[in-house]
Design a binder for this molecule. Structure first.
Ligand code: SF4
Length: 299
């Protein structure tokens, strides 16, 4: 018989509504950043799982300015929700990996767009200079700021295997340095990387639980066409979680976290045309419902 959980957690949408007093939609921006794991500073092939096409919506291409991408994103969502406000989401590649003045110029351009009420910056934990934190600390006093770090795993051997180019200690340090400035900090984790079974991931949950995080994004490992990981998977396939196994894992994982953590998402869905495995065929909201039922939460 399965263990049943009664876990209360905060969802990102509710949390933002409480913090900002309005419904907000993130609009993804590709501001033309690159990444040290691709430009040669750490490597040229990138993390083994990475294919940036999976998180670039069509409106978000680099020949368009930040404000143009936001205008098009707003138009897209406004159509459905006229009262929506927006968060500029610097999502593609490493969105702090440029001279500090250039980063600031791009963030300020985004914040000057009407109805943009805050900023979310996604980056690597080894790409956050103190000077940029100085700016973000001040920025955080005038608008909503969330810095999201790609942690991916708490196991240094796994981080090495996936060519991440940093350790878990680097992630923990960046999270602490950012939180100490009073800035909301998020972590992005991939569940199911090669060599990480349920026991390892629950050990990871206990380490993540001790970090001063505000938000947490969990997603299942997705093996994407054209990546190094696809080749490795075709050569030596490993076990990928079934829907049921993943629901059980996420439920147990969340039950180990402080209730103050805001869960941004549990699952991610890359375009079908790019996805090798797992082929679950579920929409994000269907999956979220499965998790909620399993957690037996009252939301
Ligand atoms: S996942 Fe991020 S850090 Fe890794 S190669 Fe892709 S953009 Fe670079």
């Amino acid at each position: 018989m399965k263990t049943s959980f009664l876990v209360v957690y905060q969802e990102f949408g509710q949390w933002i509504k409480q913090r900002l007093g309005c419904k907000c939609q993130k609009i993804s921006i590709n501001a033309g950043f690159t990444c040290p794991n691709r430009d040669g500073r750490l490597g040229t092939d990138g993390c083994t799982f990475c294919n940036n096409q999976t998180f670039n919506p069509e409106y978000c291409v680099t020949h368009k300015s930040v404000s143009q991408q936001l205008a098009e994103g707003k138009e897209f969502f406004r159509h459905k929700y006229p009262d929506m406000r927006f968060l500029a989401y610097f999502q593609a590649y490493t969105s702090t990996y440029a001279p500090v003045e250039h980063c600031i110029k791009l963030y300020e351009e985004a914040l000057a767009v009407e109805d943009v009420v805050g900023i979310v910056i996604s980056t690597r934990p080894d790409c956050m200079p103190e000077e940029l934190l100085d700016y973000l600390e001040k920025l955080n006093r005038r608008t909503f700021v969330l810095v999201e770090y790609g942690v991916e795993s708490a196991n240094d051997q796994t981080l090495k295997t996936i060519h991440r180019g940093h350790t878990f200690q680097t992630s923990a340090n960046a999270i602490r340095r950012t939180a100490q400035r009073g800035i909301a900090v998020g972590a992005h984790i991939i569940l199911g990387l090669p060599g990480e079974d349920t026991d390892e991931l629950l050990r990871q949950a206990d380490l993540i639980a001790r970090l001063p995080l505000t938000t947490l994004k969990l997603h299942q490992l997705q093996i994407i066409k054209g990546t190094q990981m696809e080749r490795q998977f075709q050569e030596h396939p490993w076990h990928v979680f079934s829907v049921e196994e993943y629901v059980d894992l996420v439920s147990a994982y969340i039950s180990r976290l402080p209730r103050t953590f805001v869960i941004d998402r549990f699952v991610s869905s890359s375009p079908k045309s790019l996805l090798v495995a797992p082929q679950w065929g579920l929409k994000n909201y269907e999956f979220a419902n499965l998790i909620r039922n399993r957690l037996n939460t009252k939301i």
